[in-house]
Design a protein. Structure first.
Length: 330
């Protein structure tokens, strides 16, 4: 039976409103359940896609490919943003454009100025986890007033004629949002609001990253910029035993000086400086989440001297490691 609205008259408190909302929830029919599509055949697992606003769809999947699989379909004029979370990345081949691939936990943007055929090949036996979104022109028509002018310009450029591909630097916020779409913990109307909020936040975070790196991208050029981001993903995957700068440069197809210059332009630091920053973050986790003392945490991430670790930690986070240890105890 549908819920009936009721009028609350006289004086009332916020608690009264919550009581009325709870009463209506008991009287009404449950909100429609968000359902994942369970797949069989060439795939085992699930996927979902949902239009969270007119012209804006979120999606996620967790699939195991049982045999060679090719996903081929026409893609309308749109902007696609995806984060690859697990498994080998099946390259996306778009008609008239180069093959698009992304590293693990890296965000990728593909803009199409007109409808084109797209194809992605997946590998047998591999688990493939990905989350993302699609923006269509109708989103800007419906919500253009709620989108900042510089964001509108970026989306317009991505949907200009041709195929436009951009890798984004690895971003913990984007990874967190993508995982949230995969692991959605809510159902009913709360789940609907969660997916709408998370998808929208992912869109604007991606545009913020794209805008922040525009200068570096123009300065370095696509090949150089993409090689630097590839190097970042290789370092992030091997922080306990990172490759040397010469080996890293060979892996991404640049000479050492060009890679160092690219790191400085994109991240504001050298390759060694980047690795040291990530090691300090690891140390902070060891102190906060695992209860290690400052000296031991510093030693575990590669600092010979507790004093040198304390200086570097304070420079990175604005306070000594002892403060994080104290906060953990309390």
């Amino acid at each position: 039976m549908p819920a009936q609205s009721r009028l609350i008259e006289g004086e009332f408190s916020p608690h009264d409103l919550f009581r009325e909302a709870a009463a209506l929830a008991l009287c009404g029919s449950p909100a429609p359940e968000h359902r994942q599509q369970i797949l069989s055949g060439q795939f085992r697992g699930w996927m979902w896609m949902e239009e969270v606003h007119p012209g804006l769809s979120g999606s996620a999947c967790d699939l195991v490919t049982l045999s060679d699989a090719v996903i081929a379909q026409p893609i309308e004029r749109s902007v696609m943003i995806g984060v690859h979370l697990h498994g080998r990345n099946g390259e996306l081949a778009v008609e008239g454009g180069e093959a698009v691939s992304s590293s693990l936990e890296q965000s990728q943007i593909v803009g199409l100025g007109e409808a084109r055929k797209g194809m992605r090949k997946l590998f047998p036996g591999d688990r493939y986890v990905r989350a993302g979104l699609i923006v269509r022109p109708s989103f800007l028509e419906h919500h253009g007033g709620a989108v900042a002018g510089n964001d509108l310009d970026l989306v317009d450029r991505l949907m200009s004629p041709g195929v436009h591909c951009r890798a984004l630097r690895r971003c913990e916020i984007m990874i967190h949002l993508a995982k949230a779409l995969v692991e959605t913990p809510y159902t009913g109307s709360l789940g609907t609001l969660f997916r709408e909020s998370t998808t929208t936040q992912m869109l604007f975070q991606a545009l913020r990253l794209l805008r922040a790196d525009e200068g570096c991208y123009r300065q370095l050029g696509k090949r150089h910029y993409d090689a630097v981001l590839h190097a970042q993903s290789l370092l992030d995957a091997a922080l306990n035993a990172p490759p040397g700068t010469m080996a890293l440069a060979r892996q991404v197809g640049l000479n050492r000086n060009a890679l160092q210059a690219g790191f400085k332009a994109v991240f504001g630091t050298t390759i060694f400086g980047y690795v040291r920053e990530q090691r300090l973050r690891m140390a902070r986790i060891l102190i906060r989440d695992h209860g290690l003392g400052a000296a031991e945490a510093g030693y575990r991430v590669g600092f010979r001297s507790a004093a040198a670790f304390s200086v570097a930690f304070r420079r990175a986070f604005g306070h000594p490691p002892s403060q994080d240890a104290s906060d953990t105890r309390h």
